[in-house]
Design a protein around this ligand. Structure first.
Ligand code: ATP
Length: 251
């Protein structure tokens, strides 16, 4: 059943279904990401969050359903096409190049055809990498190698790498895992600044720690289906959400 029109949001997911053999990981999931918002995409472990975004970012073709980006049907488009269209994501398990410094790691993530066509302008590539590092709070760590960064710094480097593709929409995967409360606050402030600069964001997480003060709205899924959608306070008080997390003391 069609619930959304192609231009109901920057990203629109309509009737998405993904099966792996006999297992249905995502079932008839529909939602829209509005331009300029920070949307929380929340669900317990195994709820289907990664599968949803793997279907959106071109890792897997969906079994059924439609994905629209910027008004166009992009269902099943490969990952590099989605990046070209302006969709980027961070990965929880990322591996920066260990023998390159922070600036170089970001330089190497800059859109390749742009870098190649600007070989005469290497200074510009460097400048752009430095600018991105500054945006994510790594301006004073440009010459450090990844192993010299604290965990929170590595997360910021992953954010910088994703920003290097110049996205309009960024999917941020569990950004607060392993961070202290003050680091969560500092990273939230960075994400909020990026939003002020026009970057729409979907923050994916299995718990709500740190999210409620950052997000405008949340979608909560369980067993591959949407169980709640709304502003953070309503989500927190929603009975189905509380049931889904029953016993989950990490809410
Ligand atoms: N490539 C795959 N092949 C088979 N089953 C898969 C595959 N990827 C995910 N699944 C299954 O699909 C379901 C949803 O998993 P998914 O990783 O999307 O959940 P999640 O919400 O991202 O969980 P987490 O918070 O633990 O990352 C799970 O039952 C998982 O075992």
């Amino acid at each position: 059943m069609t619930e959304y029109a192609p231009d109901d949001g920057l990203l629109v997911i309509d009737g998405l279904r993904k099966e792996f053999g006999g297992l249905t990981a995502v079932e008839d999931l529909s939602f829209a990401v509005e331009e300029g918002e920070i949307l929380g995409f929340i669900g317990p472990n195994g709820a289907g969050k990664s599968t949803t975004f793997n279907c959106v970012t071109g890792v897997y073709p969906p079994t059924a359903g439609t994905v629209y980006y910027d008004g166009e049907d992009v269902t099943g488009e490969p990952a590099y096409e989605m990046v070209k269209r302006g969709l980027a994501r961070t990965f929880q398990e990322f591996r920066p190049l260990p023998d390159r410094n922070v600036r170089k790691n970001v330089e190497l993530a800059l859109v390749p055809d742009r870098v190649l066509s600007l070989t005469g302008l290497r200074g510009e590539t460097r400048e752009r990498a430095v600018e991105i590092c500054e945006r994510v709070g790594l301006g004073d760590r440009l010459e450090q190698t990844p192993d010299e960064l604290p965990h929170a710094g590595l997360l910021r480097l992953e954010l910088a790498r994703a920003l290097a593709t110049d996205p309009d929409l960024l999917l941020v995967d569990e950004p607060f895992a392993g961070l202290s409360n003050s680091e969560v606050e500092a990273l939230s402030a960075t994400l909020e600044e990026l939003r002020q600069d026009g970057l729409t964001q979907v923050v994916v997480d299995h718990n709500m720690r740190g999210l409620l003060s950052l997000i405008d709205r949340a979608i909560v899924i369980e067993f591959g289906a949407k169980i709640a959608e709304g502003p953070p306070e309503a989500i927190r008080d929603d009975e189905r959400v509380q049931e889904a997390y029953l016993g989950g003391e990490d809410r």
